[in-house]
Design a binder for this molecule. Structure first.
Ligand code: NAG
Length: 459
C-alpha cells in the first residue's frame, strides 16, 4: 500500500513536471516576433498582436490590452480597437542600439480578464540612413623624399553607425602617382593605410593633395570624404651644379686691381641650407692663384687682387668648388680659364750686333755696315716694330734672313772728300694699330756715327 501510494504520488509529480515543461515551451513558442525597419513613419503597423494571440476581436475592449510600462514602450503603442502594434514615433536604430548586431526591443503585453502577460520582440532592421563619416575632414602627413617604397601611413578610419552591409565596405584613394591604399581588416574593423609605391622627389613634387572616400555597402551606397595632404620633406640629394664646366674669360693685362673678372653660378635645387651655396677657390697647390684672384664666397664673383702681366703668364686656370651648407655638404666643381691678352706695354730694344766705325770709300752700293736687331717683349702685332732712318744719309735698312734683324747698307758710292763722317739716327717704332695701354706708341731712337776712309793708295 505504502508502496502503491508512493508510486501514485510519484506518477503525479511526473505529470506535473511535464505540464510545467509544456507550459514553459508553449510560452517560449508563444513569444511574438515582429520586424520593422527603422525610420518608418508614425503609426506604421508592426503586427497584429490580438490576432496572433488568437483573441476575439469583439472582446478586445474589455481586455484592456496594453504595453506594460518600461523604458522602450515609447516607440510603440497598441491600437485598442484592433489590437495592432503600431509605431508611435520614428525609430533611429543607432540611437536605440549600439553595434551592428540584431537590434531587438522586448515588450510585455498585458491583457486583463483574465490577467495575462505576453512577450513581444520587435526587431528593428537597419536601413542605410548614415553616410560614412570622418571625425576630421583633413589629415596631413610630412614624408621625407627617398622614404623607402612600401612605407605605410595610417589614415583616419571613417565611422558609419549603420549595421551589417550598410556599414563601411571599402576605402578608395584618388588617383595619383605616389600612393596606393591598403585596407587592413581586423574583425569588423577596417583600417586604411597609404602605401608608398613610387619614390618621392621633393624637387619634382613638394606637395600632394589626395582624397580618400569611404564607401558603405548600402543600395545605393553612401560615402564620406577625407582630404589628405602630403608635404614632401627635403633631404640633401642634389649637389651644386655650375652653368658651365669651364668658363672661358679673356682680359687685358692692364685691367685695374679690383676689376670683376667674371661671376660663376652654381645652383642646387635642395631646400634651405641643403641648397645654399658657398664658393671657394680650390687650387690648393698653386698659391699664386690666391694672390692674384679673390673669390667672393657667397656671390661667386672673381675679383682681380693684384696686377696681371701677360709677359709673366698668359693664362690662369682657377678651380672653383661650390658646396652646399648641409652636413655633410655636397660639392660641385668648375674651372675658370682666364686668358690674359697682351697690350703693347713694352718698348722695342735695339741691339747693334756688328759695327765697324769706318767704311772704305770704294765700297759698292749695298755694302753692309751693320746688323741691327730689334726685339719687343710684346707678342703678336704688339711685338712688331718698324724701323726708319730719320736723317738724310745715303744708307738704307734692309730686312735680313731673320725677322727683326736688319742690315744697314750703303745706297750709293761714298766720297770721303765730300763727306767724311756720317751720323745716322734710327727709329724703332711699335705698330700704330697695336693695342696700347697706358702709354702711346713706343719708339726708340738710336744714333751712331762712322767715318769714310780714303781709297787705298795705288802703288
Ligand atoms: C644662375 O643660374 C640659374 C640657373 O641657370 C639662373 O636661374 C640664375 O638666374 C643664375 N644666377 C645668376 C646670378 O646669374
Amino acid at each position: 500500500m505504502k508502496m502503491e501510494t508512493w508510486t501514485k504520488s510519484s506518477a503525479y509529480s511526473w505529470r506535473f513536471f511535464i505540464l510545467l515543461l509544456l507550459m514553459f515551451t508553449n510560452q517560449v513558442a508563444a513569444e511574438l516576433r515582429y520586424s520593422v525597419p527603422e525610420e518608418v513613419k508614425e503609426a506604421t503597423l508592426v503586427g497584429n498582436i490580438a490576432k496572433d494571440l488568437g483573441l476575439e476581436k469583439s472582446h478586445l475592449t474589455g481586455r484592456k490590452m496594453r504595453i506594460a510600462s518600461g523604458s522602450e514602450d515609447t516607440f510603440f503603442f497598441v491600437n485598442k480597437d484592433n489590437g495592432a502594434l503600431q509605431v508611435r514615433k520614428k525609430i533611429d536604430r543607432e540611437e536605440l542600439c549600439h553595434g551592428s548586431g540584431a537590434c531587438l526591443v522586448e515588450l510585455k503585453i498585458i491583457v486583463e480578464n483574465p490577467l495575462e502577460m505576453h512577450h513581444v520582440v520587435v526587431e528593428n532592421s537597419d536601413v542605410n540612413d548614415h553616410s560614412p563619416n570622418f571625425t576630421k575632414t583633413e589629415q596631413h602627413f610630412q614624408i621625407a623624399e627617398h622614404t623607402s617604397l612600401g612605407a605605410r601611413f595610417q589614415l583616419q578610419a571613417a565611422r558609419d553607425p549603420d549595421a551589417g552591409v550598410n556599414s563601411i565596405r571599402t576605402y578608395v584613394l584618388s588617383s595619383n602617382d605616389y600612393f596606393d591604399i591598403d585596407i587592413s581588416q581586423n574583425d569588423e574593423d577596417k583600417r586604411p593605410f597609404l602605401v608608398l609605391k613610387r619614390q618621392l622627389d621633393r624637387e619634382k613634387t613638394n606637395k600632394l593633395g589626395l582624397f580618400v572616400t569611404a564607401i558603405d555597402g548600402g543600395k545605393p551606397p553612401q560615402s564620406g570624404t577625407l582630404n589628405v595632404s602630403v608635404t614632401v620633406l627635403d633631404i640633401n640629394d642634389n649637389r651644386p651644379s655650375f652653368d658651365k664646366e669651364v668658363y672661358q674669360i679673356e682680359i687685358y693685362e692692364n685691367v685695374p686691381v679690383g676689376t670683376i673678372v667674371t661671376r660663376v653660378n652654381a645652383t642646387d635645387p635642395d631646400e634651405g641650407t641643403n641648397g645654399e651655396i658657398e664658393y671657394n677657390i680650390a687650387n690648393i697647390l698653386e698659391p699664386k692663384i690666391y694672390s692674384i684672384f679673390e673669390l667672393e664666397s657667397s656671390k661667386g664673383q672673381i675679383k682681380l687682387k693684384s696686377r696681371l702681366d701677360f709677359e709673366e703668364s698668359d693664362i690662369y686656370k682657377i678651380d672653383i668648388e661650390a658646396s652646399d651648407k648641409a652636413a655633410p655638404p655636397l660639392t660641385g666643381r668648375c674651372r675658370v680659364d682666364v686668358k690674359i691678352k697682351d697690350i703693347n706695354d713694352n718698348s722695342p730694344i735695339i741691339d747693334i750686333t756688328s759695327l765697324s766705325n769706318t767704311i772704305s770709300e770704294d765700297s759698292k752700293p749695298g755694302t753692309a755696315i751693320s746688323l741691327i736687331s730689334v726685339t719687343d717683349k710684346d707678342s703678336g702685332i704688339n711685338g712688331k716694330t718698324i724701323m726708319h732712318i730719320l736723317n738724310d744719309a745715303p744708307f738704307e735698312l734692309k730686312p735680313s734672313y731673320k725677322e727683326n734683324i736688319y742690315s744697314l747698307v750703303t745706297k750709293e758710292h761714298l766720297d770721303r772728300v765730300a763727306v767724311s763722317h756720317y751720323d745716322i739716327l734710327i727709329q724703332a717704332k711699335d705698330y700704330e694699330d697695336g693695342i696700347h695701354g697706358d702709354n702711346d706708341v713706343h719708339c726708340l731712337l738710336f744714333g751712331f756715327g762712322f767715318h769714310v776712309s780714303s781709297l787705298p793708295r795705288r802703288n
